[in-house]
Design a protein around this ligand. Structure first.
Ligand code: AP5
Length: 218
């Protein structure tokens, strides 16, 4: 099962990718998370990516495609994987098709979560993340059991560098300019599944998981 998640920043891609990952036992691969980890560890990729990520711009395609190919060839991806935040440009979408063809793999779902701009700003202003486990919370709509602490790892929750309102608005602009156009690419292939991301976390998850189950049963 290979799934792509698209949608504007803060639409809930990471939240739903993690839930599907637990339910269907396939890894959720977030390119944003890979970059944040590389930046923290100051690896060569992290050093290249930092200026783009912190300003809310896209990291160059060749850097992204390289880390995705390396990751999907790991043994835990043998039964499938969920791509959260990749592809994000037409070049990346075409590169993904080539990668899948090269490794004899097929894409099963391309989900796009639709959420309006003010809700996106609200969601990101209240977002808290666990830096090590990568789990995502929201102060009011998806709070941890104990305020400020990750339910899973017990680590302290923090706010992301790129969640400041001006950077969020810039990321939304980048999304509409560079990523939204690839919806048409998947529409032409009759693969795009638009999901109402304005619903609550559980309702969105119920919609997604029933689509995944029907495809598995087909
Ligand atoms: P990335 O980490 O992918 O950021 P993003 O796409 O901007 O998405 P977010 O992680 O901000 O949001 P999300 O949709 O996952 O929402 P979440 O579930 O957290 O990328 C960061 C940066 O890395 C990019 O700007 C770029 O620089 C670089 N990058 C990454 N991939 C790249 C690529 N392919 N090419 C080039 N550069 C790349 O939810 C948000 C909040 O809302 C949370 O608080 C959550 O609890 C809450 N929430 C979620 N769902 C709901 C709901 N249904 N109702 C109410 N609240 C909800």
């Amino acid at each position: 099962m290979i799934i792509v998640f698209m949608g504007p920043p803060g639409a809930g891609k990471g939240t739903q990718a993690q839930k599907l990952s637990s339910a269907f036992n396939i890894p959720a691969l977030s390119t944003g998370e890979m970059f944040r980890e590389a930046i923290k560890a100051q690896t060569p990729t992290g050093l290249k990516a930092a200026e783009y990520v912190n300003a809310g711009n896209l990291v160059p395609d060749e850097v992204v495609v390289g880390i995705v190919e390396e990751r999907i060839l790991q043994p835990d991806c043998a039964n499938g994987f969920i791509l959260d935040g990749f592809p994000r440009t037409l070049n990346q979408a075409e590169a993904l098709d080539k990668l899948l063809e090269k490794h004899n793999l097929t894409l099963d779902h391309v989900f796009c979560l639709d959420v309006d701009e003010e809700e996106i700003v609200r969601r990101q202003a209240g977002r808290l993340v666990a830096p090590k486990s990568g789990r995502v919370y929201h102060v009011s709509s998806n709070p941890p059991a104990v305020a400020g602490v990750c339910d899973e790892s017990g680590e302290e929750l923090v706010q992301r560098e790129d969640d400041k309102e001006d950077v969020v608005r810039h990321r939304l602009h980048v999304y509409s300019e560079q990523t939204e156009p690839i919806c048409a690419y998947y529409e032409r292939k009759d693969m795009l599944e638009r999901i109402d991301g304005m619903q609550g976390v559980d309702e969105v998850f119920a919609d997604l998981s029933s689509r995944v189950r029907s495809k598995m049963a087909a």
